[in-house]
Design a protein around this ligand. Structure first.
Ligand code: FAS
Ligand code: PHB
Length: 389
């Protein structure tokens, strides 16, 4: 098999890149390790930056998002009963869109099917050969059959545990990492959201996040020790802990119910540099991981796709390689700014097990400053709605 761009990974990065490239007349083959059902069962991000919304329009997959998504003008940060509203609309003129990553992925799969692109599911043993040569090849198995794809370029969109990053020799890459000593226990419940916008809660009982998918589907998270397992947490224990972290007037009135999904995600900050090795390009979680506190993971993957898509079309249509030659540097500039913001939000809102009383004072003072300084609120708003591509 021959194609122009072999894409490894059928999550949002790989699918959006495939959609944009095929729209531009570039031929791709997308290889996904899991079944489509499994990919669409994942509950991940919920907040789309303004730039991501624009990219979904450019990819012609924004229709359902515009019908079912919920535009939000701001978010709340709370410190016990102090609630600080960060009004993006007032401070930046922009909004975010509440629309689950699961729905974005489903919309992309539907558009890809309509376009008749080549997507192979349940692939195994993907191997990238000759990435640093002029004729890279990707081989893979389906069942007991082995296949090979000759291609011009390989896009590694296969997430943190994928094969692409590890294909780059260790001597040719550098990693940066911060593993946080806690995780997020998240649940999905068919209940009315606790408030009209998201609440990121810092409290003496730890961090919690009150989010949503729609007016009848809420998404909540609480900070838990890394040693906790999902089975340690009954729904009742979850709701009790969540209410102890949220402002009391919210906790008093919020609706609770059975969880329809419950999982624990570890928190880490991670970057692997560079994002290119020969004709292999890393995209999204294959290259970087952010703690979800800044709602940046999915949105960073989208800006990577933006840079790589334009670079690949330029190279394949005109022979000019300026776009792909500066892909890594351009994407990393935005990645590191999002890394910083996500790290800042995480350290500002979470209680660290070994912290002294000074740390708790710093969190309280930060939130107090936000409540009194429009400049501080504008800085947070600019980062939260997404820095320019
Ligand atoms: P993904 O990991 O989504 O997709 C990679 C794809 O590659 C997967 O489908 C995988 O099956 C496939 N793959 C892996 N290895 C392969 C191989 N060898 N061959 C072929 N295919 C292979 N971000 C937020 O902004 N907010 C959140 O609340 C949030 N919550 C998260 C919760 C969890 C549990 C996780 C893991 C991540 C969360 N994220 C969140 C981050 C997440 O949304 C990612 O940023 C987003 O999925 C990135 O998309 P991709 O880069 O496409 O990677
Ligand atoms: C979510 O709704 O899943 C969500 C929202 C905001 C975050 C993280 C997760 O920062």
């Amino acid at each position: 098999m021959k194609t122009q761009v072999a894409i490894i990974g059928g999550g949002p990065s790989g699918l959006l890149l495939s959609q944009l490239l095929n729209q531009a007349g570039v031929d791709t083959v997308l290889l996904e390790r899991a079944s489509r059902k499994h990919v669409l069962s994942r509950i991940r991000a919920g907040v789309l930056e303004a730039g991501t919304v624009q990219m979904l329009h450019e990819a012609n997959v924004a229709q359902r998002m515009e019908q079912e998504g919920i535009p939000h003008d701001g978010v709340y940060l709370s410190d016990d009963d102090l609630m600080v509203h960060i009004n993006f609309k007032e401070l930046t003129g922009k909004q975010v869109m509440i629309y689950g990553q699961t729905e974005v992925t489903a919309d992309l799969y539907a558009a890809q099917d309509a376009m008749g692109t080549t997507i192979v599911h349940t692939v195994e043993d993907v191997v990238i050969e000759g990435a640093d040569s002029a004729s890279p090849k990707v081989s893979y198995s389906v069942g007991d059959q082995r296949f090979a794809i000759d291609c011009d370029y390989v896009a590694g969109c296969d997430g943190f545990h994928g094969v692409s990053r590890k294909t780059i020799p260790e001597k040719n890459r550098q990693t940066f990492e911060r593993v946080y000593p806690f995780g997020w226990l998240g649940i999905l419940s068919r209940t009315k959201p606790a408030h009209d916008e998201l609440i990121y809660a810092n409290s003496s009982n730890g961090f919690a996040l009150a989010s949503m998918r729609n007016q009848n589907l809420s998404r909540y998270y609480i900070q838990v020790p890394l040693t906790d397992r999902v089975e340690d947490w009954s729904d009742e224990a979850f709701w009790t802990k969540l209410k102890s972290c949220l402002p009391s007037d919210i906790a008093k009135t919020m609706e609770t119910g059975s969880s329809i999904e419950k999982s624990i995600a570890p928190l880490r900050s991670f970057v692997s540099e560079p994002l290119r090795w020969g004709n292999l390009f890393l995209v999204g979680d294959a290259a970087h991981i952010v703690p979800p506190t800044g709602a940046k993971g999915l949105n960073l993957a989208v800006s990577d796709v933006f840079y790589l898509y334009h670079g690949l079309v330029q190279a394949l249509k005109t022979g000019t390689t300026e776009g792909i030659d500066c892909y890594s540097e351009r994407a990393l500039t935005r990645i590191w700014k999002a890394m910083r913001f996500s790290w800042q939000m995480t350290t500002m809102l979470h209680k660290f097990a070994d912290e002294d009383n000074f740390a708790a004072q710093m969190r309280t003072a930060t939130l107090k400053h936000l409540s009194q300084s429009e400049t501080a609120r504008r800085d947070l708003a600019e980062n939260y709605i997404g820095l320019p591509f």
